[in-house]
Design a protein around this ligand. Structure first.
Ligand SMILES: *Cc1c(COP(=O)(O)O)cnc(C)c1O
Length: 225
């Protein structure tokens, strides 16, 4: 399928989810996750009007970054090893996977400007999942104040692998609740206005529960590897 056709379908689903939730579709940004696809397919996404691209590995990001002439807004969405920060730091606009102080320290040290960071939260508490436990997030974000190059723009989560709507919904609701709690602290370094949640299979539910950035790979650009 052409990216333009997939995008039309997704946009329609976004509109419907927004209608159900009484939200405006312009509040939702689509991040095209290009980790499974070729440089050319990423370019096709940009030509289709996609502004935000996401990659989860440093080498994948660098390859597409070098290839694409029209520079998108770049999001790093995967586990980030501390020693790889220097490879990507001047190429990305957002990092979605801040989950430890050692990583914050390295980002702060290597960055030449303030970086928009999402704190990744392991809402479900599954062992296999990356991210900070819900009850630790507030303290963690408070401690990030000492890093001037880190701006906590929001919270990110990956929902559990399930089709069960009630489980997905409850996961997204918990992240939204935590966002509200953090916003009420009114910390200059943590406006926390964004919620990065929702992927190909669950973005409509995520939007109903307050997502502002959805990360879509398979349903938008495919996964041909
Ligand atoms: C791969 C990936 C996605 C996109 O997944 P799809 O199910 O293909 O839409 C979103 N977020 C993260 C963190 C990913 O690694």
């Amino acid at each position: 399928m052409k990216v333009t056709e997939n995008l039309k379908t997704i946009q329609q689903a976004i509109n419907e989810a927004c209608e159900r939730a009484n939200r405006k579709a312009q509040e939702i940004k689509i991040i095209a996750v290009t980790k499974y696809v070729s440089n050319e397919r990423a370019e096709e996404a940009i030509n289709a009007g996609i502004v935000h691209l996401g990659e989860n590995r440093d080498d994948g990001l660098l390859e597409k970054w070098n290839f694409l002439k029209d520079k998108p807004v770049w999001h790093f969405i995967g586990t980030l090893q501390t020693r790889k920060v220097k490879n990507i730091i001047d190429k990305v606009d957002y990092i979605h996977s801040l989950d430890r102080l050692s990583l914050a320290e390295e980002i702060d040290k290597r960055a030449n400007k303030q970086i928009n960071c999402f704190v990744q939260v392991n809402v479900s508490g599954e062992e296999s999942k990356q991210g900070i436990q819900l009850h630790e997030v507030r303290d963690f974000i408070t401690q990030l104040e000492k890093y001037p190059n880190i701006l906590v723009c929001g919270l990110m989560t990956m929902a559990p692998f399930t089709e069960e709507e009630s489980i997905l919904r409850s996961c997204f609701q918990k992240l939204k609740g935590l966002q509200t709690e953090i916003q009420q602290l009114r910390m200059d370094h943590a406006p926390c206005n964004e919620l990065s949640m929702g992927m190909s299979n669950d973005f409509a539910i995520a939007i109903e529960e307050g997502a502002t950035m959805i990360r879509i790979g398979t349903a938008l650009v495919g996964n041909d590897e």
